[in-house]
Design a protein around this ligand. Structure first.
Ligand code: FES
Length: 278
């Protein structure tokens, strides 16, 4: 069993979740994910790793409450435990000391998972600019942590309550206004953010890496559920990724596969009385 050290809602619908898992904390890298189960009959849920503490033996993820399994995770309390915490899984994000200027874009749970990416890039000697995207200022978090590991932090909110107003489709304009010429862009967050950012950066000619978030079961390349098409070839996000070139992904196919189980996700929520929140 894995002890729950922290589980708190940091902004509406997003939870910070810290579990004691010393073996994972020792070897985890930016870009890895873990798979957890809230109880013995719960589904396996992949969560991107957002931070870790080798001394305390803990790993932290940020997750969004979107379906039955994450609703169960959101009801867990510190001091309790979970039966499954597998990881670190997936390939780590490539970190080099010669990227130059890297723009790290995070939205939703991806503000958390982009943090260790920005930290590793900065430690390697790159210039790091972090761009945090949310619907409104009250959905932004971890700005202080990202400021510590970034040369600059930019905010973008759809209602304009913090930073630039609008969508990620303003990216080209923001880069011009901020006088930033990224050599590489890395995006973590919801599918639409990664897809829209990739479409924007393709026209700007800037290489863009996205951290994909498909439905997963085993997380070790055996079930095929996480498959996606990259540069015309079938890949498994859990073992070939989760990082891929955003300009090579078949986004339409990915979106369709991502939505396959939406009705089944709503059904258990209705039964549990949680569906009124969605
Ligand atoms: Fe089963 Fe990737 S989750 S192959």
């Amino acid at each position: 069993m894995y002890e729950i050290v922290e589980r708190r809602m940091i902004v509406p619908n997003l939870h910070e979740f810290t579990v004691k898992a010393p073996e994972i904390a020792e070897s985890v890298q930016a870009g890895n994910f873990i798979i957890v189960r809230p109880d013995e009959v719960g589904e396996r849920t992949p969560l991107s790793v957002a931070d870790w503490d080798c001394d305390a033996g803990t790993i932290t993820s940020i997750f969004m409450q979107v379906g039955g399994s994450t609703a169960k995770l959101a009801r867990l309390e510190p001091g309790g435990d979970i039966p499954t915490c597998a990881g670190p899984l997936g390939k780590e994000t490539e970190i080099r000391d010669d990227f130059g200027t890297v723009l790290c874009i995070g939205g939703c749970y991806g503000i958390g998972s982009i943090y260790p990416v920005a930290r590793a890039l900065k430690e390697a000697g790159n210039k790091v600019v972090s761009l945090l995207e949310a619907r409104s200022s009250y959905l932004l978090y971890w700005q202080d942590k990202l400021e510590e590991v970034s040369d600059r932090v930019i905010e973008l909110t759809r209602d304009g309550t913090a930073g630039y107003k609008g969508h990620i489709t303003r990216l080209g304009e923001i880069l011009t206004l901020e006088k930033i010429k990224p050599d590489l862009i890395i995006v973590n967050g919801c599918t639409f953010l990664m897809m829209r950012a990739s479409k924007m950066t393709e026209s700007l000619g800037i290489k863009t890496i996205v951290n994909m978030n498909p439905i997963m079961i085993d997380g070790t390349g055996m079930c095929g559920v996480c498959r996606l098409t990259v540069a015309g070839k079938m890949k498994f996000a859990c073992v070939d990724g989760p990082d891929f070139d955003g300009h090579e992904i078949d986004w339409e196919e990915f979106l369709k596969r991502r939505q396959t189980y939406n009705p089944e996700e709503v059904h258990p929520l209705r039964k549990s009385g949680c569906a009124s929140h969605f």
